[in-house]
Design a protein around this ligand. Structure first.
Ligand code: NDP
Length: 438
């Protein structure tokens, strides 16, 4: 802990796993003998590089970029690329570390990685984004390949950025392969990749509700964020009968007591795609805009935080409990601080950690990789059916591990411990089998 005191997000992610997998170590002394945990907390390697690019005024800009290859015990390194000014090694190491176990939970052959840059896409023109993506890939390309490391999107990186980066990779290597996922449908992308994380989180939620003999119909859902994960979580929750009353972004929270419908969600998607303010919604559809505020002061049954890490602190968690929230499903990666998690669990709020609940995105990325390999594509319905099965398997695996290791308390399932145990065990067993390599 002392060695990485300057990487607080990374420490937070490692601590959570370390504490929750303790019951597993009692029955698996070989994990100790092979120093599995000590090996997993150090990435295989971290590549850092400088990115020079030119803005619209012809002025050279300099940014920093990284790729953290954490573990390829179960398959090629796999994990998204984030463009956001807050990106640093601590953030990428926490994301890469979590990604190892998330990818293991999907049951698909993928290792864990993460990458990105402190480049801020806000306010940049399309030409600037394109020049930056080309420059980023010029630096990244020696480290990735369809069989070694396959990046995807994340905050600030969606279909447009993936397309630019894919073009540059193809140009530099003369190779047309599945080196990036989240590509456009029509040039190697999988149907449903865009929707997969948000939809998958709601499928996970459905399984949690079923385990408590409840249904989503009529329940009030608070969503934070207004990006890829948030708006698709909102869309699926609405499709299944939930009443989604909030979305938010870095400027504030939008509240619509009548609930979002498809037309409103389409409007929100278009508005964010144009980088226009969420607040404009009120003039079109009514509702209320809370500038500079998060959604948690509003009453609801279910919260799906889907913006960014540590967006929900202990005070927010207290508000959630006071406002009637019974389920928290993490659409984002590590959106709750450790104190916030402790608080909601103390009040028996059912809690699904991100590495389980938001694994649908990377799962469909895994399906994109296999479709690229065989050069045949599946229908939307086929992928959706696979996604539902994968999310149910993750849910059931975590619930069974919670029960097996005596963490389930009178019907309250410890998904955090269960998911960490299942994911960790898959990776640990591979590392033991490999001996001291990897
Ligand atoms: P997007 O860039 O599409 O959207 C991010 C949203 O969160 C935006 O509305 C943004 O607001 C808001 N946001 C970002 N940072 C902050 C901040 N510091 N404070 C307040 N709001 C913020 O990203 P995604 O939807 O792809 O990702 C969201 C989360 O989900 C991340 O934690 C990501 O790692 C995780 N995730 C994403 C997956 C995917 O498939 N995309 C897969 C699994 C996890 P604004 O528009 O104002 O910047």
């Amino acid at each position: 802990e002392a060695r990485y005191a300057h990487q607080p997000e990374f420490i937070q992610a490692v601590k959570e796993v370390a504490i929750t997998i303790a019951p597993l170590y009692d029955s698996h002394p070989e994990y100790d003998a092979f120093k599995v945990f000590e090996r997993l907390v150090e990435p295989d390697r971290v590549m850092g590089f400088r990115i020079n690019w030119e803005n619209d005024k012809g002025v050279v800009q300099v940014n920093r970029g990284w790729r953290v290859q954490f573990s390829n015990a179960l398959g090629p390194y796999k994990g998204g690329i984030r463009f956001h000014p807050t990106v640093n090694q601590s953030v990428l190491k926490f994301l890469g570390f979590e990604q190892i176990f998330k990818n293991a939970l999907t049951g698909l052959p993928m290792g864990g990685a993460k990458g990105g840059s402190d480049f801020d896409p806000k306010g940049k023109s399309d030409n600037e984004i394109r020049r930056f993506c080309y420059a980023f890939m010029r630096e990244l390309h020696p480290y990735i390949n369809k069989d070694t490391d396959v990046p995807a999107g994340d905050i600030g990186v969606s279909g447009r950025e993936i397309s630019y980066m894919f073009a540059m990779y193809k140009n530099l290597t003369r190779e047309y392969g599945g080196v990036l996922t989240g590509k456009g449908v029509g040039f190697g992308g999988s149907l449903m990749r865009t929707e997969a994380t948000g939809y998958g989180a709601v499928y996970f939620l459905e399984n949690m509700l079923t385990a408590q003999n409840e249904r989503i119909d009529g329940k009030r859902v608070l969503v934070s964020g207004a990006g890829n994960v948030s708006l698709h979580a909102a869309e699926k929750a609405h499709m299944l009968g939930g009443v989604v009353v909030t979305v938010s972004d870095s400027q504030g929270t939008l509240y619509d007591g009548a609930g979002l419908n498809q037309e409103k969600i389409n409007w929100l998607k278009a508005q964010k795609a144009k980088s226009q303010p969420l607040a404009d919604y009120v003039a079109v559809y009514g509702g209320e805009w809370f500038a500079g505020q998060k959604p948690w002061h509003i009453k609801g049954d279910i919260a799906i935080p889907s913006a960014t890490q540590n967006e929900v602190n202990e005070d927010d968690a207290k508000l959630m409990v006071e406002n009637g929230i019974k389920y928290v499903v993490e659409g984002a990666n590590m959106p709750l601080t450790a104190e916030a998690i402790d608080h909601i669990r103390l009040h028996r709020v059912h809690y699904a950690p991100g590495k389980a609940a938001n694994a649908g995105g990377v799962a469909v990325s895994g399906l994109e990789m296999s479709q690229n390999s065989v050069r045949q594509y599946k229908t939307f319905e086929e992928i959706d059916a696979r996604l539902k099965v994968i999310m149910k398997n993750i849910h059931d695996g975590a619930a069974e591990a919670s029960e097996k290791y005596h963490q389930t308390d009178k019907g309250y399932i410890d998904y955090m411990t269960g998911a960490n145990i299942v994911g960790f065990k898959r990776v640990a067993d591979a590392l033991v089998a490999y001996g001291i390599l990897n």
